[in-house]
Design a binder for this molecule. Structure first.
Ligand code: SAM
Length: 275
């Protein structure tokens, strides 16, 4: 496997999030990423009056829920498109453009720092965790989520599997990137937080079945609202893309229920405290 270049990967992700459809993300992935926001905020001890930083806020789901709890939330993201959506939906919340690996916010200025599905989109996850720890006050709490392993987080295992079954190769121009499922191992995820000097590290597994109405709903989300998967699909030949689509339909079949498909989703939620 080629060694991944974090700068190349970050540049690829930056372009991808600027170019994809925030509306497609909000429609197809929002209902999944919003599902355990309360658990994330609980793990970070967010209550009334807490100063909360929501890193990689996207459409602002976590910042909005924290605000509804009476916290003072600031959301940051690197995508102007996501920031526009967040500001449009939540005009009373402060949203800023910032890079999770280099926040440029003062040290010790937040009681809690959270990042919902950020780590898999950065070339240097350890820098993100170090930044979250830096902006926390002593005894402040951090909480982060990633997807669980591909056999449990089927929502994100299906397309790579459809690609393999279709015999499709990775098109040129897509950087290798870090292992997408690396932190779905509790040990790896805990070590990431403890290596940043954080204590009381805990990892929880949260699972549910996500209902999608039909294969086209999922396909359009992957094709328009994601980054790496969108590139993997969009850069295929028309024939290869048709083969991947038909493999996806085939893989979904065993998950059929009345009203659509129930796709297993697994999430890892890690939390810790600054000493
Ligand atoms: C999967 S979305 C998660 C959005 C939101 N937290 C949620 O729960 O749905 C990933 C987000 O990370 C942002 N992002 C990716 N790399 C980033 C970076 N280096 N710094 C800040 N935000 C970044 C993207 O723009 C996108 O909004």
């Amino acid at each position: 496997m080629t060694e991944s270049d974090p700068d190349e990967f970050n540049a690829f992700e930056r372009r991808g999030w600027a170019e994809n459809s925030a509306d497609a993300y909000d429609r197809v992935f929002g209902p999944v990423t919003r599902r355990f926001v309360d658990e994330l905020l609980d793990a970070a001890g967010v209550g009334r009056g807490a100063r909360v930083l929501d890193v990689a806020t996207g459409p602002g789901y976590v910042a909005a829920r924290a605000t509804a709890r009476g916290a003072r939330a600031v959301g940051v993201d690197r995508s102007p498109q996501m920031l526009a959506m967040a500001r449009g939906a939540h005009p009373d919340i402060e949203f800023r453009e910032a890079d999770a690996e280099d926040l440029r916010l003062p040290a010790a200025s937040f009681d809690a720092a959270v990042a919902n599905f950020c780590l898999l989109h950065v070339g240097r996850p350890e820098k993100v965790v170090a930044e979250l720890a830096r902006v926390l006050v002593p005894r402040g709490r951090v909480a982060l989520t990633v997807w669980g392993p591909p056999d449990r987080a089927r929502l994100f295992g299906l397309v790579p599997e459809a690609l393999r079954r279709a015999g499709a190769s990775t098109p040129a121009g897509i950087p290798e990137g870090p292992d997408f499922f690396r932190f779905s191992s509790d040990g790896e995820f805990s070590r990431l937080l403890s290596s940043a000097g954080l204590s009381d590290v805990a990892v929880q597994t949260l699972e549910f079945a996500h209902r999608v109405p039909d294969a086209e709903h999922l396909w359009s989300g992957m094709l328009h609202g994601s980054v790496r998967t969108r590139a993997l699909l969009a850069l295929q030949t028309v024939d290869a893309r048709a083969r991947i689509h038909s493999e996806l339909v085939h893989l979904l079949e065993p998950l059929r229920v009345d009203g659509g498909f129930d796709i297993p989703v697994s999430i890892k939620l890690a939390s810790a405290r600054k000493v």
